[in-house]
Design a protein around this ligand. Structure first.
Ligand code: ZN
Length: 340
């Protein structure tokens, strides 16, 4: 089968012909139809989510969608023939966190699809049956690549930050793969949404297609939230992960405000005083990926039309490396995807 591989962490992606994988134990064999191309894949390939040399050579790509073709000897055959999307985390399914739909906090977490095991930049992939989330009929495979991360992660944020009708929500980096769906999910939960970004085409999409307040954040010093909000937000979701954005967020939170952090970089931190936390009763919430339950919720939002997947670039295997460069440069509106 055709596969795109890396042979070193941080090394280039190259095409190879390898044997199709065989599903062992409780694994499923998936014929990959499409796989998302986003910033997390760039981070995975650099080794930021695990850089064990024994994982190499590796097929990256975690947002894979495809048809289950076979089940391992210990896996149920119930999903054979069904379109599924892959859950990103390799989890145990039986620890207290897994049992309470907090899968991303699994105490026996053993890495990620596309890092610790081969991912979806190949014609076939093997994933644990626990990681196969059925995709509802009527959602095409390219659109479905947004469900397990780009939409389900915002669903997790919306629930953690208690977004409800009337909540004023600002999304920082709202035109990217997670941001453009975060803005829509916040709307689906009833929030009034403003989106900050720096790319004119992304700002135009947010305003014209999603009908949200689009704010140019090229200079955080002058970026202002709507006057009708009193210049403040109840929830600010930071997808930049850098100190200027986080300080701006703290300063623009209303009383009882919640800052949600979900983008991280090694060594990055920001200053915060107990006094500002207490006087405005602020909360700073970390948000880690999502649960399989929330992937199901994300799929239902897509099926009902409440959230529209934004995949602006659909490419073949020859163009994945160049598309990853565009992702790195921040020029892709929403997500990109590989279609086999
Ligand atoms: Zn677990």
């Amino acid at each position: 089968m055709r596969a795109l591989r890396i042979t070193a962490w941080g090394g280039p992606l190259h095409e190879a012909t390898i044997d199709p994988p065989v599903p062992n134990d409780s694994d499923l064999l998936v014929r990959v139809e499409a796989c998302g191309i986003g910033l997390t894949v760039v981070n995975c390939m650099q080794g930021q989510l695990g850089d064990d040399p024994s994982y190499l050579p590796l097929t990256p790509g975690h947002e894979l969608v495809g048809i289950v073709e076979a089940a391992g000897p210990a896996a149920s055959a119930a999903l054979v023939g069904q379109r599924v999307a892959a859950y990103f985390y390799l989890i145990c399914g039986t620890c207290p966190h897994c049992l309470s739909a907090e899968d991303s906090l699994c105490t026996r977490f053993r890495g990620n699809v596309g890092v610790a095991i081969d991912g979806g930049y190949a014609e076939y992939a093997v994933i644990p049956a626990l990681n196969a989330i059925p995709v509802p009929d009527g959602i095409d495979p390219v659109a479905a690549t947004t469900i397990p991360d780009a939409i389900a992660t915002p669903v997790h944020v919306a629930r953690r930050a208690r977004i409800e009708p009337g909540t004023r929500v600002a999304v920082l980096a709202a035109g990217g793969g997670v941001g453009i769906h975060m803005a829509q999910v916040a709307q689906a939960y009833g929030g009034d949404v403003a989106g900050l970004d720096v790319v004119p085409a992304k700002l135009a999409y947010l305003a014209d297609e999603l009908g949200i307040t689009a704010i140019d954040s090229a200079d955080f010093g002058s970026a202002a939230l709507p006057a009708a909000w009193g210049g403040q937000a109840d929830v600010i979701i930071d997808l930049y992960g850098r100190e200027p954005a986080q300080r701006w967020a703290i300063e623009h939170l209303a009383r009882n405000g919640r800052l949600v952090a979900l983008t991280t970089f090694p060594g990055e931190s920001f200053g915060l005083s107990s006094r500002e936390l207490v006087l405005r009763q602020l909360s700073v919430l970390g948000s880690r990926y999502n649960s399989r339950y929330e992937v199901g919720l994300a799929a239902s939002f897509v099926r009902s039309g409440r959230v529209r997947p934004v995949v602006s670039s659909i490419v073949g295997p020859e163009q994945v490396a160049a598309t990853l460069d565009a992702v790195r440069a921040g020029t892709i509106l929403g997500r990109a995807a590989l279609a086999w």
